[in-house]
Design a protein around this ligand. Sequence first.
Ligand SMILES: Cc1cc2nc3c(=O)[nH]c(=O)nc-3n(C[C@H](O)[C@H](O)[C@H](O)COP(=O)(O)OP(=O)(O)OC[C@H]3O[C@@H](n4cnc5c(N)ncnc54)[C@H](O)[C@@H]3O)c2cc1C
Length: 420
Amino acid sequence: MAGGTVHVVGAGLAGLSAAVGLVGTGGEVIVHELARHAGGRCRSYFEPALGLTIDNGNHLLLSANRAALAFLKAVGSEGKLVGPEHAEFAFADLSSGERWMLRPNDGPVPWWIFSKSRRVPGTRGADYLSMAKLLRVNEDRPIGEIIDCEGVLYERLSRPVLLAALNAEPREASSRLAGAVLRETLVKGGRATRPLVAQDGLGRVFIDPALAFLERSGAKLRFSHQLRRLEFRDERVSVLDFGEDVAKLAPDDTVILAVPAAVAALLAPGLPTPNAFRAIVNAHFKIDPPKSQPKIMGIINGTVEWLFAFPGRLSTTISAADRWIEAPREDLAKKIWADVAAITGISGEMPPWIIVKERRATFAALPDENAKRPQAETQWRNLLLAGDWTATGLPATIEGAIRSGNRAAHLARANGDARG
Ligand SMILES: Cc1cc2nc3c(=O)[nH]c(=O)nc-3n(C[C@H](O)[C@H](O)[C@H](O)COP(=O)(O)OP(=O)(O)OC[C@H]3O[C@@H](n4cnc5c(N)ncnc54)[C@H](O)[C@@H]3O)c2cc1C
């Protein structure tokens, strides 16, 4: 980046990773964020109802998430995601009472599918081969048109895993995105599939270290600074209008728009963006998890889909949760607590709780919506895009958001170098 200023708009993980990739490469980096805090959809905050700092949502990463791990290393937060040494996922079926541990072997040859003690109970090794069809998708069609969305393997593995990864009902979701997820994870073997969680909270692991790194590196961080309008002239952005102040752009300045899809669509007229979204509902209960409770557990045939055990707290996740958005919170909390109590064996009254409904948690990972995702480059020469909803080839995830920020930073540097 030879000299110009890069304005990064949005301090979610996409914006933060773009800024991290740009500091120290020449020009000034300024991050503008609407909220008083960074992190966007991946943040921690103090929740008075519980007297605890919680995350807006339980976030699961996998050891295959190389960009996320590299980001943590760059900001000095390496090793703060915790998980088992080998891939293992505890599951419980609330209908049958069965429990099992899914244990893919480390290497890429998936012999675990032929091991009764490692695979899903009630399945045969050959059942798993059908999933390979998702790796050979040409035209992006709904998963339901590629594989059979029924049977024991589907209900106990394919559906929960794809639902969590895509945040859309797998039957209707993008087979191309499903294939990308499988290719980066299970296909590479257990070593790429170890579950990783920010036990100390997303803020402490991702966001605070990134902000500290950016400050140390000389980036300017401006909170409560909402970009309201872009002015365009001669195929370029010429002005950033923040309402109370404006930034007039010099010829070698660049803008990285790292805001949610709906905001980007308003700011940059004519920009194609996904415009259907899916919700995620999390419930947090203030209670010490039983010592034997695994850190993460997949739940089959329950209202909840995943149960996370944190120090002093049990938290649940429901993906593609639009059907619960209008549900009264107390009713929902009781329903979810019934699942948690059945799984953990905790009796007595429901502990203090909070329900967090993220209505637009991610874009809907459907073939049509996936097709609307734009590249980082735009028709305006100094305007780049970043965000989990851009064309990363991955579903809306931390990994996708960080890769999008890396890509935008790379292009901003390349543009600057070309001019310099
Ligand atoms: C409940 C929940 C659970 C999730 N679970 C997982 C998971 O288990 N694993 C996983 O990998 N991913 C998960 N995700 C997805 C992950 O959180 C997102 O993909 C990622 O955080 C998106 O980052 P982003 O920077 O693209 O967008 P955002 O985080 O939305 O960042 C955009 C930023 O732009 C700011 N902004 C908006 N408008 C303006 C403006 N006009 N001017 C300035 N700033 C503006 C916003 O305030 C925000 O800070 C989950 C998401 C949610 C909501």
